[in-house]
Write a protein that binds this ligand. Structure first.
Ligand code: URA
Length: 423
């Protein structure tokens, strides 16, 4: 087979055959198809799309490029969640132990943040001693002992995706729905989970700003799951304002612990419980303990503490705190009608909570605390946001990111997306 024929076929709008897909993904992973050829093919896919059969086969070929994890030794069903990422999205932290407390096992391979959206591993690494890198045997031990594990994906999982994603990142081809869907689903299917719930975010702070492409992405991923025998459900959820009050790393861990203690911001609690119910139902655990009860009676908190300890962390150690803070006060009295997720995420990033390049470090203490949410009435001069950074030189650019993110009106009502837009 020849890479040029495959590129020409997709360029001219033809569907790729299963043999062409298997060959090109495998040859690219082995280095027999050059980066520039795969870049041309990725651009042709971005422009001309893929059918359901093509995208399913492409996913299959990416899974086949590496290892597949197996949790059949566990005595309970596995279920996992994937979020397309957003601002203040710390949901995995309370969710994984919560679902484990209700009887399922959660084998979550997670990622680090890039740009204005945070990464679950960065947040968890702010817990002193906590370790993201585990071998497959260690993962199984933590899962068997606690019911949940959240760690970094090893290099052996879908290596074709790792290589292709890095290439897409520098060739303007990230924004292809078939390529995003197959990238996410190849890793989740290779992870070996028995059921999957997708939290596809919509709004300024999300990867997909508008509902229509988010819906298309969700439907494509659910179809890939179905084609691979993986029970998959997707929720479309709001990311037009930050989730919860805390945006950053350690500040989000603290907020997750509040949720596990039976408190926390209502939106974080609502989404955590809704996703937990979906994960349990997808795993076939219809008679499981209700997640709201497991938050209230402390059983989810028990699992969290055991999970943190099992990965080397100290759940009682003080979390890192940034050296400096700056309080942004309400410029007028009225109703907060807008607190834009992207603006707040960009501010947190500029404060040091996120990274611009994969190899950059993050500041664990940096971030933003929101003292008001859209719809709240605020008084002139009252604290609206507190910015945390290790260095005061970070404040001016963070404040610049917020200059268009906040709107206070006399009597307005915010035009917000429902927290859960659709299922
Ligand atoms: N996340 C992924 O894992 N892959 C993509 O292509 C985009 C987001």
């Amino acid at each position: 087979m020849d890479a040029i024929d495959v590129i020409r076929a997709k360029r001219d709008g033809a569907a790729l055959s299963p043999a062409q897909i298997d060959w090109v993904v495998d040859a690219y992973t082995r280095g027999a198809v050059a980066d520039e050829q795969m870049a041309a093919l990725a651009m042709a896919i971005l422009l001309n799309g893929m059918s359901r059969a093509e995208v399913s086969r492409w996913t299959e070929a990416m899974i086949a490029s590496g290892e597949r994890m197996d949790w059949s030794a566990l005595d309970r069903p596995t279920t996992d969640k994937h979020s397309t990422g957003g601002v203040g999205d710390k949901i995995t932290l309370p969710l994984a132990p919560l679902v484990a407390a209700c009887g399922a096992a959660v084998p979550q391979l997670s990622g680090r943040g890039l740009g204005h959206t945070g990464g679950t591993l960065d947040k968890l690494e702010s817990i002193p001693g906590w370790r993201a890198s585990l071998s497959a045997a260690e993962m199984l031990d933590v899962l068997a002992a606690t019911g949940a594990v959240v760690c970094a994906a090893g290099g052996g999982l879908a290596p074709a995706d790792r290589k292709l994603y890095a290439l897409r990142d520098v060739t303007g081809t990230v924004e292809s729905i078939p390529l995003i869907a197959s990238s996410i689903m190849s890793k989740k299917i290779a992870e070996g989970t028995g059921a999957l719930v997708l939290d596809v975010k919509v709004g300024s702070g999300a990867f997909m700003k508008a509902e229509a492409p988010a819906r298309e992405l969700a439907e494509t991923m659910v179809a890939i799951g179905a084609d691979h025998g993986l029970r998959t459900v997707a929720l479309l959820t709001a990311m037009d304002r930050p989730l919860g009050a805390a945006v950053g790393n350690a500040v989000e861990v603290a907020e997750a612990v509040e949720v596990l203690s039976g408190g926390g911001p209502p939106d974080v609690v609502e989404l955590t419980v809704a996703l937990a119910r979906e994960m349990l139902a997808a795993a076939g655990l219809t008679a499981a303990k209700d997640p709201a009860a497991a938050l209230a009676d402390g059983s989810a908190m028990d699992v969290w503490r055991r999970m943190v300890v099992a990965q080397g962390g100290n759940p009682d150690a003080p979390l890192p705190v940034a050296r400096e803070e700056h309080v942004l006060r309400a410029p007028a009295s009225g109703v907060l009608t807008r607190l834009d997720a992207y603006g707040v995420g960009l501010a947190a990033w500029r404060l040091g909570a996120g990274r611009a390049r994969k190899e950059d470090p993050v500041s664990f203490g940096a971030g933003v605390i929101c003292h008001a949410k859209p719809g709240d009435t605020v008084r002139e001069g009252a604290p609206l946001l507190t910015l945390h950074a290790d260095d005061t030189s970070r404040f001016p650019r963070a404040l610049e990111a917020l200059s268009d993110a906040i709107e206070i009106t006399d009597t307005g009502t915010p035009d917000l997306l429902p927290l859960i837009i659709d299922r």
